[in-house]
Design a protein around this ligand. Sequence first.
Ligand code: AMP
Ligand code: ZN
Length: 147
Amino acid sequence: MNFMSLARDCIFCRIIRGELPSTKVYEDDKVVVFLDIYPINTGHALVVPKVHAEKLEDLPEEYLERLLVVTAKVAPAIVKAVKAEAYNVVINNGRAAGQEIMHVHAHIIPRMTGDGCNIMGCRRFKPSREELERVGEEIRKVLKGEK
Ligand code: AMP
Ligand code: ZN
């Protein structure tokens, strides 16, 4: 691994370098998975790429791919190990979305029926079809580079 791609003062980079303790459950050349020290449920783990990047879009593609592949492999193992029923994968991107550690990571959160956790707990609203189309058109324009 290229240690130059890690940041000196980032907590997760320091865990990757072995300067801070962690409970690792999986590691390869591109990602590491360790347990969250403030879990929502038992087995709550973080999948962390071994390169310092703040958000999903900042990650080199091979790390992005590995992040998802490893998440899909480790999550069911966690569910089995802690006798959960299901899991959420959550990636907070940006402070307004709740990101506290500015090194991209995927949360794997084991879930049980009636565990009282409300991951998608924001209030929702019901836009009209026209409003959905208007927003959709704005997004398509940006994706095409027209905006
Ligand atoms: P986020 O809000 O998505 O940035 O999540 C950061 C997560 O990192 C939180 O769930 C914290 O509990 C967790 N966390 C912070 N410091 C550590 C650490 N030293 N080891 C493991 N997990 C940590
Ligand atoms: Zn970092």
